[in-house]
Design a protein around this ligand. Sequence first.
Ligand SMILES: [Mn+2]
Length: 389
Amino acid sequence: MSALRFLHTADWHVGKAIRGRPRYEEFAAALDEVVLIARDEAVDAVLVAGDLYEHRAAPPEADAIVFDALLRLHDAGIRVVAIPGNHDSALRLEALSKLLRPIDVHLVPRVAPPEGGGIVELPSRDGSLSAAVACVPFVPERRFGDAAALFEAGERWFLSYAEGMGELLVAMAGGFRPDRVNVLLAHLFTDGAMLGGGEREVSIGLQYAISPSRLPGDAAYIALGHVHRPQPVKGSPAPARYAGSLIQLDFGEVDQRKSVAIVEASPGKPARVREVPLTAGRRLVDVRGTFDEIVARAADVADAYLRVFVRTEGPVPGLADRIREALPNALDVHLDYERPDADSQAEPVSSLRPRDQFEAYFRAQHGAEPSAEILEAFDEALALEAEGV
Ligand SMILES: [Mn+2]
């Protein structure tokens, strides 16, 4: 046996709903698929590059799904190394890490230097080889100073977040050893990555973009999380990849095929990487056309979550409801028609009367005056609101 095999996955976001509809069954099915692939491919370990959960305070339904997947990997003799992403609570994962350790789940909840727990030593199943997995959980910009304080940080660390993170990666790679399969597992944004759309915008800004050239060239593989579109990292000196999310998490991920990466690596050589598709989860689909064209497609897209763009001549009160009757999974319904220029209708809302504000809002949204019916409905809703219903 001369190679170690990994399955690289990331951005599970278990617990995320779409327009208020929970998706637990889909997450459970996708993780079933991941466990099956890990077993079929006889991997030594699964690497999870952050964002296991959608919410910091994960609901019990999400825990049940995550724990079940971890237990089944353990039953199959597969180790797990995981780090928190920007959605996870490092504190919560730190508490869980102690419980998970006995089932061979190594959760590294915060940045630590190589000699301080930042590198996980991972033997192959037959014990003939070992990996050194350098773990870099998500570092928020405001916490970068705390992370840097753990290292002998020079001036360059404080030039910018991206520079500093580059230095931190170099320091972590200082723990790599020539006789190990050296892997970097990190949740971060690299410059030039193609966005999936579902990442939290605030952490996907230029100040966060780390140059791919700062990724460690002596790694056999670099397993990244944060970007939801599966993709290799261009410009990296070693094989590097975003595993992407498990399922299409929101309409920014329409048409994206999801996958995991199967990685085969030996000491001192770049890894071989193969993409294995995931098929679980409902598809998110954009449907465009006239009312009749859209309704005619109802059967084709019955299993998908839909964003519908209906072509009309102008505002049609009640049309969205009729679409939802025909297509119960239509989550967003937009009316698509010529609107007058935004400039010509921009009028300041100076009145404090809610009715005036509503009329101005309606004109801006729909480019037409609200009908008497709509104004009546607005007045009724306002009256109920005033009664505290
Ligand atoms: Mn994410």
